[in-house]
Design a protein around this ligand. Structure first.
Ligand code: OGA
Ligand code: MN
Length: 289
């Protein structure tokens, strides 16, 4: 393998990788390099990739088990491994305003699939068409946030568990289809996660985090908001302006991200997303009667 070039994107996390071509049949040492870089940098951007859905899914399978896209699965039971991000339908026509409303939920800081029993580890997002203005995606690291927490707060959050709930986070944004809602009961995850490769810790919050077990509603909301604000202080945000052909993979176990909006009546935006099922299993949470 010719050693790829790694260009850091932000002091906290993120790197651009040059000299790697993503596909479904990559050399073992290239894949090892990607895995190691991913554990270290949490976000990797690969410019000028010649992907299509088939290649993207094959690459996704090299990283782990693809995750069934939850909206289609919840609504119809059909399995598709792709999410379409932006304002263009799969047939190339413009999506309707209901889609724009649904997608605006992605403008809240979140970790993909944190509301699932097994949240995703990798998200893989490939850009086909991007607006000339706006449409950036912002990222922030809960590992970097944890590292700069005062010790007393680290100790306070260590034993906590958090309820993540898609219906809670998304129903204020757009109506959630009843079958979809029923497919995603609230789940409970530990507040603090440890990366199995290097042992660094992070907390795990975001818009789907509804409440903290054992705390009053107000205390729980205050702490979740405090951690979110702390993570996303402007100096700690990596703002990614997309170029067509870029593939970005990020670590949902420790990063938050959000869309930043754009004029959807003016610009076309089309990205395709796949996700990998993670390793850590939470529990379905039964709200006490
Ligand atoms: C995502 C996501 C936000 C955006 O792809 O998971 O939340 O529109 N994207 O940039
Ligand atoms: Mn997302």
């Amino acid at each position: 393998m010719i050693k790829p070039e790694i260009q850091p994107l932000h002091p906290d996390f993120g790197a651009r990788i040059l000299g790697v071509t993503l596909s479904g049949n990559m050399a073992g040492d290239t894949l090892d390099f990607i895995r190691q870089s991913f554990e270290q940098h949490s976000l990797l951007c690969f410019p000028e990739q010649d992907l299509d859905d088939e290649k993207q899914l094959a690459f996704t399978r090299l990283l782990g088990t693809p995750e069934a896209e939850h909206v289609r699965f919840g609504q119809t039971g059909e399995i598709s491994y792709f999410g379409t991000v932006g304002n263009i339908r799969d047939d190339g026509t413009s999506a309707d305003p209901a889609n724009a409303r649904y997608q605006s939920g992605n403008q809240l800081w979140h970790s993909d699939s944190s509301f699932r029993e097994v949240p995703s580890s990798f998200s893989i997002l490939h850009a086909y068409e991007v607006p000339q203005e706006g449409g950036d995606t912002e990222f922030a690291s809960m590992r970097a946030g944890y590292a700069r927490l005062p010790e007393a707060l680290r100790q306070r959050i260590e034993p906590l568990h958090v309820i993540h709930d898609y219906v809670f986070s998304r129903s204020p944004v757009a109506p959630v289809n009843p079958n979809h809602a029923a497919s995603l009961p609230p789940v409970m995850h530990p507040m603090v996660r440890t990366n199995p490769t290097h042992g660094l810790k992070n907390y795990y919050v975001g818009s789907h985090a509804r409440s903290i077990v054992g705390l009053s509603g107000i205390e729980s909301r205050q702490l979740l908001d405090e951690l979110l604000e702390h993570t996303t202080e402007p100096d700690h945000v990596l703002r990614h302006a997309w170029c067509p052909g870029e593939t970005v993979i990020w670590d949902n176990r420790c990063l938050l991200h959000k869309g930043s909006g754009y004029d959807a009546d003016r610009w076309r935006r089309r990205l395709r997303q796949t996700r990998v099922v993670g390793d850590e299993k939470g529990v379905i949470h039964q709200t006490p009667a």
